[in-house]
Ligand binder design. Structure first.
Ligand code: BG6
Length: 483
């Protein structure tokens, strides 16, 4: 039973998220000695014994935790408790003896249960912190499925929980590259003077995956790429790439600035939505050498499903810094490669250069996948007698030998336990992301996504979002540019 120190109660403890991501993250933090005497309490419907739960966690760790070993497991196992029950106040009340002065509740549940779970915990009195203790609630994404449902969910949660206690996870904010985007921008004097419409031509944010829907059709078919990736992860990368320098490294200031970016997005409307949003759905094709089926043939997906597995947006920001610069965002499943990056293209140089030197526009690329790296595409002289130029790559892998990074979940769980909200979403961020996308959601209630072959670059339609002198960075080539 808990008491001294902290406890973490995972609701949905027998599910996939807990097994694949939460437990491996907690295990690594345990091995590194970072979680003190934290008790980990699993809660779920399954009428499992303590032993059965431990076996389940053990099975997951041996599959998903790096360097899993018996000695650490023995100590880790002793942190675990399991209780089963429904998501009702009377049932969750049984968790009372397991709570510690500082308790983190983690909703690793299907989104449709977030409101109910938060309510049950609140009615059981668990949202009220004990004297000199704390109670926090971590909520997974998606927060709502549109603006109205997000507002409703917020209202339900706020019945018992204060905004300051709610930590809305967007695991992209725990990614090293995402955090580096801010550090690199604001810690380097040479970048800030050119980080604006006077010098930037376009920004492309791509998150391409080779995976298909896998076993998540139940969730994904009701969600689609716009809700699954753009509304949260890509909108976050977008707002971080565009924010004004914060006056202090403070969770509230940073989040104010991100909201400011989203509020400044030129409004999409029913009339211009076609110029700003494109959707696609993968058809049969190849993933590597393997033939794969189309989305509509995937288990659990209706054969006339209109859910998009690819979404792209063209956003413009109506402020002094970014006026006239298009930000292109896209994400899709079953694309040519796993390549993800934020790529900023600078304007072409004015004026003539010596001799036959050609000067392609510079690009600054923050790569997330397949490798984390920063690359500047610059122009330099081609060695030889002539004064020719060519593009060179100034590239730095993000991590150096000996650096030990943390996974997104490791980072965010530590933050949650320490009460640092910087890398969690405040409600107005979620709200404004929905506001930006509302006209697209509305327009996409009709019509169909454009099919694209699995293993390709995505639907043809994506090209219509671009200005005439712009081209998407190829998904394939980007991934091939290994540093
Ligand atoms: C999740 C989406 O939030 O992010 C998935 O639901 C997606 O569909 C995943 O595959 C991508 O994130 P990562 O960190 O696994 O690349």
């Amino acid at each position: 039973m808990a008491k001294p120190g902290n406890a973490m109660v995972i609701l949905g403890a027998t599910g996939d998220l807990t097994q694949r991501l939460l437990m491996p993250a907690l295990y690594r933090l345990h091995v590194l000695g970072l979680i003190g005497d934290l008790r980990i309490v699993g809660y779920a419907l399954e009428t499992w014994s303590q032993e059965r739960f431990e076996q389940h966690v053990h099975g997951g760790l041996s599959k998903f935790a790096e360097g899993f070993d018996a000695r650490h497991w023995e100590r880790f196992r002793q942190r675990l408790d399991y209780r089963h029950g429904e998501l009702k106040a009377e049932a969750v009340a049984a968790l009372e003896p397991h709570l510690a002065p500082g308790t983190l509740f983690y909703l690793a549940l299907p989104p449709s249960l977030f409101g109910q779970a938060a309510g049950a915990l609140g009615e059981a009195g668990f949202s009220k912190p004990p004297r000199s203790g704390w109670r926090r609630l971590v909520v997974e994404k998606p927060f709502g499925s549109d603006l109205a449902s997000a507002m409703k969910l917020r209202q339900d949660m706020h019945r018992h929980w204060d905004e300051s206690q709610i930590l809305r996870i967007d695991h992209f904010l725990g990614k090293e590259t995402t955090q580096n985007l801010m550090v690199f921008r604001f810690a380097n004097r040479f970048l800030e003077p050119v980080w604006n419409a006077q010098h930037v031509e376009q920004v492309q944010i791509t998150y391409a995956e080779t995976l298909g829907v896998e076993k998540r059709a139940g969730y994904y078919d009701r969600s689609g790429a716009l809700r699954d990736m753009l509304q949260n992860h890509l909108m976050q990368l977008f707002s971080l790439a565009a924010i004004e320098p914060p006056s202090a490294w403070d969770a509230e200031i940073l989040r104010d600035h991100k909201v400011e970016v989203m509020r400044s997005v030129s409004k999409l409307t029913a009339r211009n939505v076609n110029r700003h949003a494109v959707r696609g759905q993968y058809a049969a094709g190849k993933s590597g050498r393997r033939r794969v089926r189309g989305y509509r043939e995937e288990p659990g997906v209706a054969n006339d499903s209109r859910t998009e597995t690819f979404a792209a947006l063209r956003l413009e920001i109506d402020n002094w810094r970014w006026q006239g610069v298009p930000f292109y965002l896209r994400s899709g499943k079953r694309l040519a490669s796993n390549c993800s990056e934020i790529a900023v293209q600078f304007k072409r140089n004015p004026g003539a250069l010596p001799g036959a030197v050609s000067a392609d526009p510079n690009w600054m690329v923050f790569r997330i996948k397949p490798n984390q790296a920063m690359t500047l595409l610059a122009n330099a002289k081609t060695p030889g007698l002539e004064l020719d130029g060519r593009q060179v790559r100034l590239s730095a892998p993000y991590a150096e030998n000996g650096d030990s990074g943390f996974s997104a979940y490791e980072q965010l769980l530590m933050d949650a336990l320490e009460g640092d909200r910087t890398h969690f979403l405040r409600f107005d961020e979620v709200e404004w992301a929905w506001r930006v996308l509302e006209p697209v959601l509305e327009a996409w209630k009709k019509g169909e996504p454009e099919p694209y072959a699995a293993g390709s670059e995505g639907p043809q339609g994506q090209h219509r979002l671009l200005d005439a002198n712009h081209a998407w960075r190829p998904v394939r080539l980007v991934a091939g540019e290994d540093d």
